[in-house]
Design a protein around this ligand. Structure first.
Ligand code: GLC
Length: 425
């Protein structure tokens, strides 16, 4: 790794004027491109993102490379697990590695990475125009009033349902619970979510808590999770495990396990992100093609509250080819790429007008439902200490779901652990 980094640094140095070399940190000791003259440097770059479940990455990189023969992008795919993606990036940043130029940043990592100085601020000569973008993903890529990443795809939770078996999707949790009888009658499981102990559990649990009126943090970021409303939200999931709405095996489910079980026809409902829509309709092995649709997540008396998800692309502070990296960010956020990601991979665009464009809505009927999900989505806490905060939520929620703590105790312990984590201890 160190060797590769050094080679990259030297290669970057070879192409720039001598006067700029010292300023760019291209001394004989190497050292990455943290100074502003790296902003002008061009050359090959590496783009790192989580596993491409939807097959968009290779054609996208090929299109860029054909147009940029001297500034080619090499794609590196991480695993499909959010926590492993995070840890891989942290290791690289901590080593000040110049191997990652552009990295996909989950909306909840922006604060941590920006506060640590690992991302290049997108301002002045590195500014990126976000006019016409949805507000939520732009806010999620912003920290301390500075944009640190280009919003690439948004995400909101959706209720996937088997329209051949449930003609009218449940609008409320009570209706969802009642519809489990249809699953039983058909020898199917009822509801698939993400309940393994990882980031997806935080999404599912805060979604349930917010739906019942809970709030993880207040406007100042102070934990306020210990409330009767949050307990009611968690209790709903605990009851789901107890009464069979959610099978025990889901304590190991991340997004992909639920998706393949739903595609296999084993579930009546699934909570998942929009990417699962395209795969359910196109996967050769999918048994549910044409048999499913999406609806807003159910709530107490109307639609529930989704957790805001999504990914941005940021330029590593240690990149030595930042001018190329910025052009690549502009390419990723261009209308053409956004449309392609939506049409081929059902990723949620960040360009707002695409959700109401009649020519798209007529082909992709789920777009208005997705827009509602994203516009009403609740962000997870914004803090540089997010990893501690999410661990506090996951550990205690998991204890409640697996039956080793009551929901009330779990929420109380969550609050205490969140308080400790948000002070950085
Ligand atoms: C999706 C969301 C992301 C979330 C992750 C959890 O990828 O876009 O924000 O953290 O799922 O697994």
């Amino acid at each position: 790794m160190a060797q590769i980094s050094k080679r990259r640094t030297l290669a970057a140095c070879a192409g720039i004027a001598v006067a700029a070399i010292t300023a760019a940190g291209c001394s004989s000791s190497g050292g990455g491109g943290t100074s502003s003259s790296a902003n002008n440097a061009r050359g090959p770059i590496t783009f790192v993102q989580g596993k491409d479940n939807v097959g968009l990455l290779a054609p996208m990189v090929a299109a860029w490379n054909a147009a940029h023969p001297t500034e080619k992008v090499t794609a590196k795919e991480q695993t499909d697990k959010a926590d492993q993606q995070h840890d891989d990036l942290v290791q690289n940043f901590q080593a000040k590695s110049t191997t990652y130029d552009v990295v996909a940043v989950d909306v909840v990592w922006t604060a941590e990475f920006a506060a640590k100085g690992w991302l290049t601020p997108l301002k002045d000569s590195m500014a990126l125009d976000t006019t016409g973008f949805l507000k939520a993903p732009v806010a999620a890529a912003t920290y301390n009033n500075t944009l640190y990443a280009a919003p690439v795809s948004s995400d909101g939770g959706l209720l996937y349902y088997r329209k051949d078996l449930v003609p009218t999707p449940p609008k409320t949790i009570a209706e969802l619970q009642a519809d489990c009888a249809i699953a039983k009658k058909n020898g199917m499981s009822c509801y698939a979510g993400q309940f393994a102990k990882y980031e997806g559990l935080t999404c599912n649990v805060t979604e349930a808590m917010n739906t019942f009126g809970g709030k993880a943090v207040d406007a100042q970021g102070k934990p306020t999770i210990d409330s009767p409303e949050s307990v009611a939200g968690l209790q709903y999931l605990v009851d789901g495990f107890k009464n069979g709405m959610i099978p025990q095996q889901e304590l190991t489910f991340q997004e992909e396990q639920g998706r393949s079980a739903f595609e296999d026809g084993k579930y009546l409902f699934m909570r998942n992100w929009p990417y699962a829509y395209s795969l359910g309709s196109t996967d050769a092995s999918s048994k549910i093609k044409g048999k499913f649709a999406v609806a807003p997540l159910p709530g107490v008396s109307g639609p529930g509250a989704s957790t805001l998800g999504g990914h941005s692309a940021a330029i590593s502070a240690f990149s030595t080819h930042k001018a190329t990296a910025l052009d690549f960010l502009k390419f990723l956020t261009s209308a053409d790429q956004q449309k392609n990601n939506m049409e081929k991979g059902s990723l949620a665009p960040v360009i707002e007008s695409m959700y109401t464009d009649p020519s798209l809505v007529s082909k992709y009927a789920y777009l208005p439902t997705l827009l509602t999900s994203i516009q009403n989505a609740v962000p997870r806490p914004v803090t540089p200490f997010y990893q501690g905060v999410t661990t506090a939520i996951q550990d205690n929620a998991y204890a409640a779901l697996s039956g080793s703590k009551t929901a009330a105790q779990a929420v109380k312990d969550m609050q205490a652990a969140m308080l400790a984590a948000s002070s950085g201890s």
